[in-house]
Design a protein around this ligand. Sequence first.
Ligand SMILES: O=P(O)(O)OC[C@H]1O[C@H](OP(=O)(O)OP(=O)(O)O)[C@H](O)[C@@H]1O
Ligand SMILES: Nc1nc2[nH]cnc2c(=O)[nH]1
Ligand SMILES: [Mg+2]
Length: 185
Amino acid sequence: MYDGDIASVLISEQQINDKITELAKQIDEDYQHLRGGDLVLVGVLKGAVMVMTDLARALPQPAQLEFMAVSSYGSSTSSSGVVRILKDLDRDIAGKHVLIVEDIIDSGLTLSWLLKNLASRDPASLEVCTLLRKPDAVQVEVPLRYVGFDIPNEFVVGYGLDFAERYRDLPYIGSLDPKVYTSGA
Ligand SMILES: O=P(O)(O)OC[C@H]1O[C@H](OP(=O)(O)OP(=O)(O)O)[C@H](O)[C@@H]1O
Ligand SMILES: Nc1nc2[nH]cnc2c(=O)[nH]1
Ligand SMILES: [Mg+2]
């Protein structure tokens, strides 16, 4: 699949599975006090789709699944900094314990915007779980409660992450061969 486009596998399917299990265990411990009542996972589409579905299934306690779709990258490999809501939450989160689920924090611009947006809706608590973070790319510091992996400042794809809507369906995370985005392919 996508022969020759992936320069190297950064995180394997097995490593992702193990990390999701570990994150779910931590989250379950931290939200035990809710006794399965009010945890709302907010997955940020489209990138977080794989993390969201795997995390929700690995989480021992019940959680509601909500989705927002925002986009700041379009068909580029760097953030435009302009976040657009493509789909808003369907339900009110006032008084709910909200955990934002993200695939990656890169510049931090998307999440910084999203945190402000969701905080204004008065949730009981608001935390973030991200599978990936690029410490060397951060432009805005954002509080991250759960982080799966710190990765180098390379454009990665797979497991939900796209380049021009391709590669989201890869089961692992790989770095994209720069020839893919420099050739205009
Ligand atoms: O920290 P940042 O530099 O803001 O980048 C992180 C964001 O970029 C990606 O979304 P994208 O805008 O590509 O939309 P997508 O999830 O539909 O691919 C990713 O899913 C994060 O939401
Ligand atoms: N596919 C992809 N999307 C991103 N959005 C922010 N950073 C990245 C990245 O490294 N890869
Ligand atoms: Mg994208």
